[in-house]
Design a protein. Structure first.
Length: 208
């Protein structure tokens, strides 16, 4: 290869790299909404939603426009409703993580890749008026994918995609486990004109 051709190739590669590096990452995204879905109305007087506080259980490796724990909490608040009763329920986030690890180093003509893994796990417990256990439902999902690890924008988009997919998976799995394990406590949706159930109570997220 002649010197001029090498110089031209080097310049083209440098320009492409600069183009990728200069692409700004997308702004943070709001958690997906599940409010368009029929609420899971339980025969309980109160539903408490509790966030995980263990840093290991909520490890989120940036860039992460969607925080996994926020997605799980949003799902709980949108899907659960207290229909009235003497029992109480507590929804707890157990695991909500997004991790990254190198998958491929890349080369002159190829982009490095990384493996993203999003793991979500939650548990809903119901206790009777006397505090005795009355049932529980637990759901866990894991999404993994290998994506380009080039520009911050590429990595941000990949993270948002996998967290959204994991959130959708958890929503489906959680409803399945609810209907399987707590069928006797699930009430029919309110009829037109019927009083709307009280909102789900949520503990504030710990400040970091």
């Amino acid at each position: 290869m002649s010197l001029s051709r090498r110089a031209a190739l080097s310049a083209a590669l440098a320009a492409a790299a600069c183009g990728r590096a200069s692409e700004p990452p997308p702004p943070p995204s709001a958690p997906p909404s599940y409010s368009h879905l029929t609420p899971l109305r339980l025969a309980v007087g109160r539903i408490e939603v509790v966030a995980a506080t263990d840093p290991a259980a909520t490890r989120t490796m940036p860039p992460a426009p969607l925080v996994p724990q926020d997605v799980v909490l949003t799902m709980a608040r949108d899907r659960l409703a207290a229909g009235g009763g003497t029992a109480n329920a507590r929804f707890r986030v157990q695991i909500a993580t997004l991790t990254r690890e190198g998958a491929g180093a890349g080369g002159v003509f190829t982009t490095a890749t990384e493996r993203l893994t999003c793991t979500l796990r939650c548990r809903l417990e119901v206790v009777g008026e006397d505090g005795s256990p009355a049932g529980f439902a637990e759901a866990e999902v894991r999404r993994a994918a290998v994506r380009p690890a080039g520009s911050p924008a590429e990595r941000t988009r990949a993270a948002e995609e996998i967290v959204r997919q994991a959130g959708n998976d958890l929503n489906v799995e959680f409803e399945y486990q609810m209907r399987r394990n707590l069928r006797a406590l699930i009430q029919a949706p309110p009829r037109p004109g019927e009083a709307v159930p009280p909102p789900v109570e949520a503990e504030p997220l710990p400040r970091t």
